[in-house]
Design a protein around this ligand. Sequence first.
Ligand SMILES: [Zn+2]
Length: 212
Amino acid sequence: MTHMLDYNHQEQWSNGFGTQQSPINIETKTAVVREGTLEFSTQSKYHLQQEVDDQTTVRLPGTGNAEIFGRSFAFQQVHFHAGSEHLIDGKQFPLEIHLVHQNAIGQLVVVALLVQTGAADPAFQQIIDGFTTGKTDPADIQIDQWLPEQPVGFHYLGSLTTPPLTEGVEWLVVTNPKVTVSAAQLDWFKQQFPYDNRQPQELNGRMIEWYK
Ligand SMILES: [Zn+2]
């Protein structure tokens, strides 16, 4: 049986880890600037095959492959947080898209897209139109077009942002995604899921790399 996460009492989430948690407030003045762009390129289409109401967000499992900093990863699922979980210099974005990846030895990489409001997105509209409260439905949605060819942003080591809050998760926080959502699309999401963003966690001396 699923147990709905209570975002109003996050301090009560059990956390056996502690010092390398996500999300974080990224302070650009302390980030270490690197040459080039984030090393993330898709090797096959990202195809969403199911749509799940998991009570705190909409989650869409799917298939796809990517090369991330020289290693091969399989795309597993995409889900959403509104407002964003990661902040940049204290600034929150309207929406954050999490693309969860895993490799053959179980390492997790989350590619986070920081999304602004603007034009309505057709794929996000397919997700809205295909959603059934409390249900899992089949889906047939492409999302490659959200990903920039030259992704820029931040790279750091953190954790899952929902229990079990497992650490050792690598984050690519992308600031130039090729997707915006309309105010109406964002309103729809916030009506379904009024509060689904974890508060920023302590950096505890971690290095943040900035590819710009
Ligand atoms: Zn997430």
